[in-house]
Design a protein around this ligand. Structure first.
Ligand code: APR
Length: 269
């Protein structure tokens, strides 16, 4: 750890301890150390020839639902096999200790939620069992990869089973209306859930400090959330091994991995 970085980390950690309200915005980088590949770092093997923008869209699903399902099936298997890492644990501990802290995540892997359920001792691992006062501080912007919903009606259910997707004929269908089921995530070109997004902007506007960890900060509206903290006079801390469009606006930058940095940055003791 270089001298500058340690200074930034110590100073930012101190400011976080003194802040009244903190919002934490996370992206795929916080799950990297759990073994889940990020989107914009090279995708692996077979999938390296596709960009997420070509697979995670309603058009892609209409054109070739089996292809899109194969990609999601591969990612869902990865998520099921992974566990939260020290970054998720640090965030969960912080939310438990600081009742005014809010987590806003772009991740669909549920690892924050598993760590949060663990921090509150919920044996089932289901955040739905957390008190309402906690659930309102966990804002999931892009949905849940371990749930499926119908393309046509309001059917939605948790689902982590492997999905057969060799051809369109074997794809999972809605038990209510027989249309195709799809992953319950937000695709490019789709609207985010209005109340969730609004709550995220409100939390960011109230926050003295916004911690931005493991996101390339190129996908909006998520990437605009830290701007709200800046606009209302707050400061940003960025945790990322690489620079992003937000780096120049960050008051503190900690160059490093989320699993290594967040336990120190968010230490409450
Ligand atoms: N710790 C912290 N950051 C890391 C780590 C790590 N161990 N490893 C990689 N990163 C950083 C990368 O430098 C990059 O800036 O994490 C970021 C990952 O960026 P993306 O892959 O673009 O992920 P994200 O920002 O979450 O993407 C936003 O795009 O495809 C959509 O809906 C999807 O929610 C996703 C959104």
């Amino acid at each position: 750890m270089g001298h500058d970085r340690r200074d930034q980390l110590t100073e930012a950690a101190q400011a976080i301890r003194e802040a009244k309200e903190v919002v934490i915005l996370t992206g795929a980088g916080v799950s990297a150390e759990s073994g889940i590949p990020t989107f914009r770092d090279a995708m692996e093997g077979l999938w390296s020839r596709y960009r997420p923008e070509e697979l995670a869209t309603p058009e892609a699903f209409r054109r070739d639902p089996a292809l899109v399902w194969r990609w999601y099936d591969m990612r869902r298997r990865g998520v099921v096999a992974c566990r939260p890492n020290p970054a998720h644990e640090a965030v969960a501990h912080f939310l438990r200790e600081r009742s005014s802290a809010t987590l806003v995540t772009q991740n669909v892997d549920g690892l924050h939620q598993r760590a949060l359920a663990g921090a509150w001792g919920v044996a089932s691992g289901d955040v739905a069992e957390l008190p309402e006062s906690v659930r309102v501080r966990i804002l999931t912007l892009h949905g849940d990869i371990l749930a499926v919903r119908c393309v046509a009606c309001d059917y939605l259910r948790p689902d982590q089973d492997p999905v057969a997707a060799e051809s369109d004929h074997v794809l999972p269908r809605c038990p209510q209306c027989d249309q195709l089921l799809r992953p319950a995530v937000v695709w490019f070109g789709e609207m985010l859930d209005g109340p969730t997004l609004e709550a995220a902007f409100e939390a960011a506007a109230r926050a003295d400090i916004c911690v931005v960890a493991g996101t390339s900060a190129v996908v909006h509206p998520a990437a605009s959330i830290p701007e709200m903290t800046l606009r209302s006079g707050g400061r940003l801390v960025e945790v990322n091994p690489a620079r992003t469009p937000l780096s120049g606006k960050a008051y503190w930058r900690v160059t490093g991995s989320a699993g290594e940095v967040l336990p120190t940055l968010l230490a409450t003791g």
